[in-house]
Design a binder for this molecule. Structure first.
Ligand SMILES: [Zn+2]
Length: 321
C-alpha cells in the first residue's frame, strides 16, 4: 500500500461498473465507449453479467476486460455480486449451487455462481486479474464474508445506481466493519450503468497509474492507489507530524475516521468540534484545505471523506502517510 496522492503517475478517471446490450444494459459496447468518452473518462471496464465483453481501447479511453460474477452465500440466503477486472474468460462451470443459476430472458442476462467469494476472487487472481465486491449494502450483506475472504482487493463504497434506485448506494458501514476487524480493503465508486441517459458519470474512481495501460491500472487498483468520488475532487492528502492535511475542491465537510469512536472533522461555517482546523476556504466559506488530528487513542485505520455543498462525497483509501 502507498498514498496515491504522494505516488508517481497520473490520475485516470475510471468507470469500473457498466453494462451493455451484451447483458442488461441499454447501449451497445461501441455506443457505451462513445458515451464515456464524451463524459470525460480515461478508463472503462464493461462488467456485463457472466460475460467478458471485449471492446477495443480508443485513443482516449482505455478498456479493461472485466465482468460481474456472482457467488453463493447460503448462510445469508444471498447470491452477491463481485466485479472482476483483467480477466480473459468465464468458466462454463464455476462450481456453485445450480439452484442459483438462471437466464433472465426478459432482461437478457445470465447468472451462475461460484461456491464462495474467495473462489470467485481466486478465479480472477489466477488470470492476473483482481476482484472488488459489488454493492454490499444493496445486496444486504454484512462484513463477515469479506473479512474471511482471500484475494479480494476491496469493495464498492458507493454504487450510484443503487443509490438512485433505493438509497442503498453507500456501503461505507460494511467497509468500516471490515477495516475495524483488521481487514485491509480498498474502495471504488461506480455508476453501475444500465441506462446510460440516467447513470453515466454519477460516480467514478480516480486511479493513480504510472502509465495509461491495463497493467498499470490493475496494479494501482490492487494496491489501492486510487480514491472514489461521487462529486468532489481531492487534490492532496498527507500525514504531517501534527495531523492529516487535506486539499480538496470546495467542500462543506472534511472528515477523518480512525476506527471505532475515533475521528475528527470540520464543517463549513460551524465551530470546530474536534482537534482540527480549517486552513483555507472559498469566498463563500466552503473548505478547500484543512488539517485534522486524532485524539489520543489507537486508530485501527485512517481514511478521509469530504462532502461537497450538494451532499456528494469522495472517499480516500486508508494509506495517508
Ligand atoms: Zn452491475
Amino acid at each position: 500500500m502507498a498514498n496515491p496522492f504522494r505516488s508517481r503517475g497520473e490520475w485516470l478517471r475510471c468507470a469500473l461498473h457498466t453494462h451493455t446490450t451484451e447483458s442488461d444494459g441499454d447501449l451497445s459496447p461501441p455506443d457505451l465507449v462513445a458515451c464515456y468518452e464524451r463524459a470525460g473518462f480515461d478508463v472503462l471496464a464493461i462488467t456485463d453479467h457472466w460475460r467478458v465483453t471485449e471492446q477495443p481501447s480508443t485513443s482516449q479511453l482505455l478498456t479493461i476486460p472485466s465482468a460481474e460474477l456472482t457467488f453463493d452465500l447460503p448462510e445469508a440466503g444471498l447470491t452477491p455480486d463481485v466485479l472482476v477486472y483483467g480477466i480473459r474468460e468465464i468458466p462454463d462451470d464455476p462450481g456453485g449451487c445450480r439452484e442459483n443459476w438462471f437466464f433472465n430472458e426478459e432482461e437478457h442476462w445470465e447468472q451462475k455462481t461460484f461456491p464462495s467469494l474467495t473462489d470467485a476472487a481466486e478465479f480472477a487472481h489466477d488470470q492476473g486479474g483482481i476482484a472488488y465486491l459489488a454493492h454490499p449494502y444493496w445486496t444486504g450483506m454484512d462484513a463477515r464474508c469479506l473479512v474471511a475472504s482471500e484475494h479480494v482487493s476491496g469493495l464498492e463504497v458507493f454504487n450510484a445506481s443503487a443509490e438512485h434506485e433505493c438509497g442503498r448506494g453507500d456501503s461505507s458501514l460494511v467497509w468500516d466493519a471490515a477495516l475495524d476487524a483488521g481487514k485491509v480493503l480498498h474502495a471504488i465508486a461506480t455508476d453501475d450503468t444500465h441506462r446510460a441517459d440516467l447513470e453515466v458519470g454519477r460516480a467514478w474512481t480516480w486511479v493513480r497509474a504510472t502509465e495509461r495501460s491495463r497493467e498499470a491500472v490493475l496494479g494501482a487498483l490492487r494496491e489501492g492507489l486510487a480514491y472514489a468520488s461521487a462529486g468532489p475532487t481531492i487534490m492532496d492528502v498527507n500525514t504531517e507530524h501534527d495531523g492529516v492535511v487535506i486539499t480538496c475542491s470546495p467542500c462543506r465537510a472534511v472528515l477523518l475516521q480512525g476506527g471505532r469512536e475515533l475521528g475528527s472533522g470540520v464543517v463549513a461555517g460551524e465551530p470546530v468540534r474536534g482537534p482540527g482546523e480549517v486552513l483555507r476556504t472559498t469566498a463563500d466559506g466552503l473548505i478547500t484545505e484543512a488539517v485534522l488530528r486524532l485524539r489520543p487513542g489507537r486508530p485501527t485505520y485512517q481514511r478521509v471523506r469530504v462532502v461537497d455543498a450538494e451532499g456528494h462525497s469522495a472517499w480516500t483509501n486508508t494509506d495517508l502517510s
